[in-house]
Design a protein around this ligand. Structure first.
Ligand code: PLP
Length: 398
């Protein structure tokens, strides 16, 4: 019989093959149940002992969640995946499962605001030594790494600066410093369609599935993906005991639906963003623009090597913070809201919103200012989005 390795776009529609469910329904049903019946005590004991496959209790896994966990593993080129109730659930479970008092975490300076808060405030309270380094500066990373480094963390396309670091080099350096060091990458902005950090040497990928993976702005969810061995620990410690950050079956169903159109949506997000970024780059009122698709991006060389597409996120700075604020207050089509990866174009101010966990000095260190505007390019007609940004800029600069 002939065999074929299907394309990723096909795999994330079909997922792994399973036995047909009793009614042959095309979609995996929403298993709205907290617990699962055992045939007898021996079966219950065998499942708890991990000697028999099967469901026990929905905090430990459920069929609706299994479908999307298998899909994230396919998408990320990982052995296993795990769904969480939020991206922060995935991040806190995947990091704190492995970090204990006296351990050391080296993280990039530009991170999603709540990740930065977790690393700069909470982990140190548990006696974890956290050092923030600019991962663009390879010499500084090298200096920060040692055999005492237990974890290294950064984002594929950093929020909000769009910095793209050399994950391959960072992972190699981290593992050379300490072969047991875990390299954790937040792949939210890229997804496995654009970059596969595990293939580049990372150990664990985390996601806010709230964003592109769902794509419709109606669910909060997260994922982690890694080797089967690491994932068992994350599930049994980080999810089951530490955070209990379990994704409900209705949300899992919506994530599954969203993931089926990820390829189509991502291609459109990218082509729209490219057109918009070029229009903004050509406008003298925009002083700096960061978009991974532009030749002017400071990491253009790395981007060509590790990103398959430039993504749907743009950051830019008008001349002053006042102009930025006035512009955001005068959009007519774009929506002033945090989050990203939705069909609607969302515009926001990292300095006072998603990244208000950074003080002014930390913002400067991380490479952004109060002038920065973040745009999550949606799926509308790109000319309509450009029209809206330009009319808002006209008002803001009058
Ligand atoms: C890069 C990144 N990682 C993680 C998160 C957190 O995800 P969630 O809001 O689903 O908890 C976000 C949220 O904006 C994000 O932008």
């Amino acid at each position: 019989m002939s065999k074929r390795e299907f394309a990723l776009s096909t795999k994330i529609i079909h997922g792994e093959k399973h036995e047909m469910n009793p009614f042959g329904s095309l979609q995996m049903p929403i298993f709205q149940t907290s617990t699962f019946e055992f045939e007898n005590t021996a079966q219950g004991a065998a499942r708890f002992a991990g000697k028999e496959a099967g469901y026990i209790y929905s905090r430990l896994g459920s069929p609706t969640n299994t479908v999307i966990e298998e899909k994230i593993a396919l998408l990320e080129g990982a052995e296993a995946g795990c769904a969480f109730a939020s991206g922060m659930g995935a991040i806190s479970a995947s990091t704190s499962t492995f970090l204990k008092t006296g351990n050391r975490l080296v993280a990039d300076k530009a991170l999603y605001g709540c990740t930065f808060a977790l690393f700069s405030h909470k982990l140190p309270e548990f006696g974890i030594d956290v050092e923030f380094v600019d991962f663009r500066d390879i010499a500084a990373v090298k200096k920060a790494l040692s055999k005492k480094t237990d974890m290294v963390y950064c984002e594929t396309i950093a929020n909000p600066t769009m910095k793209v670091v050399d994950i391959e080099e960072i992972a190699t350096m981290a593992h050379n410093a300490n072969k047991d060091c875990l390299v954790v990458i937040d792949n939210t902005f890229a997804t496995g369609l654009i970059c596969k950090p595990i293939e580049l040497g990372a150990d664990i990928v985390v996601h806010s599935a709230t964003k592109y993976l769902n794509g419709h702005g109606d669910v909060i969810a997260g994922f982690a993906a890694s080797s089967a061995e690491l994932m068992t620990t994350i599930k049994l410690v980080g999810l089951k005991d530490l955070t209990g950050s379990v994704l409900g079956p209705q949300d899992a169903f919506l994530i599954n639906r969203g993931m089926k159109t990820l390829t189509l949506r991502m291609e459109k997000h990218c082509s729209n963003a490219m057109k918009i970024a070029k229009a903004l780059e050509n406008d003298k009122r925009i002083k700096t623009i960061y978009y991974p698709g532009l030749e002017s991006h400071p990491d253009a060389k790395i981007i060509k090597r590790i990103l398959a597409m430039p993504g749907g996120m743009i950051a830019f700075e008008p001349e002053t913070a006042e102009i930025a604020e006035k512009m955001m207050n005068n959009v007519k089509l774009c929506i002033l809201a945090v989050s990203l990866g939705d069909a609607e174009t969302l515009i926001e101010h990292p300095g006072s919103m998603t990244h208000s966990t950074y003080n002014d000095e930390q913002m400067k260190e991380a490479g952004f200012s109060k002038r920065l505007v973040r745009l999550s390019v949606g799926l509308e007609d790109p000319d309509d989005i450009i029209w809206d940004l330009m009319q808002a800029l006209d008002i803001a600069t009058k």
